[in-house]
Ligand binder design. Structure first.
Ligand code: SF4
Length: 98
């Protein structure tokens, strides 16, 4: 990512290109970009603290804009306090041996 581009765009398909073309104005107010939250993963993998990320979103002023952007761009990760993509099929539960 080019310097100064919000890491938020790393969650967006083609995010680097989008960042070069236009940075949505609301991203300037993204709470997750504050240095104190840089260690919180918004693209959670196994073992990451998802509730911690969502608690940050709950206090963010641009939560609605973020969610709308995440859905519109088919992004992955946590956007506006929701895990995207929505409607992902539930993970299969392994069959219990009988
Ligand atoms: S709602 Fe959450 S993911 Fe979106 S900008 Fe705010 S803190 Fe970041």
């Amino acid at each position: 990512m080019p310097a100064g581009v919000p890491w938020l765009l790393e969650r967006t398909p083609g995010g680097e290109l989008a960042a070069l073309l236009e940075r949505p104005a609301w991203m300037a107010d993204a709470l997750c970009q504050e240095p104190r939250y840089r260690r919180v993963s918004f693209i959670p993998t196994r073992g990451d603290d998802v509730p911690a990320a969502k608690r940050i979103c709950a206090r963010c002023l641009v939560r609605q804009e973020c969610y709308t952007f995440g859905v519109a761009t088919r992004s992955v990760g946590i956007w506006g306090g929701e895990s995207l993509p929505l409607g992902r099929p539930a993970r299969r539960t392994p069959k219990t041996p009988t």
